[in-house]
Design a protein. Sequence first.
Length: 140
Amino acid sequence: MELANIEKLLEKYFEATTTVQEEQELKAYFSQDNVAPHLEEYTPMFQYFTDLKAEKFTRNVPLQPRRNYLKWISVAAVFVLTTGLFVNEWNKQRQVDEAFADFKTAMSLVSENLNSGASHINYLTQFEETTNKIFITRNN
C-alpha cells in the first residue's frame, strides 16, 4: 500500500470519518511486518483491535429464572389506585355529611328565630284588636 494513502486514512480514522472498508485497510496494513518506522506506534493499537475481535467469552454464566416483578408492580399499582379512589370518595362523603350538618344547624336557628317572631305576632294581633276597640268606641 502506498504510504501517503495510509497517512490520509490514519488522519481520517482519528477524525472518525473513515468507512468500514478503510478501517479494514488500516488493520491489514498494521498487521503486516513492514510498517513505516514513523507509524509503528499505531501498530499495537490496531493489533489490539484485531485480537479483541477474535477474543471470545467461554465461561458459562448461570442464568437465574426471571422473576415476575411486573406482576407484583401491577398489583401494587392497582392497590394504590383503588385505595386512593376509596379515600377520595370517603372524603367527599364526609364533606357532604359535614355540609348537611351545618345546613341543618343553620335551618334550626332560622326556624327558632321565625318561631319567636311568630309568637310576637300574636301580641301584635291583640294590640290591633285593642286599638280597634278604642277607635271604634271613640268614633261612636
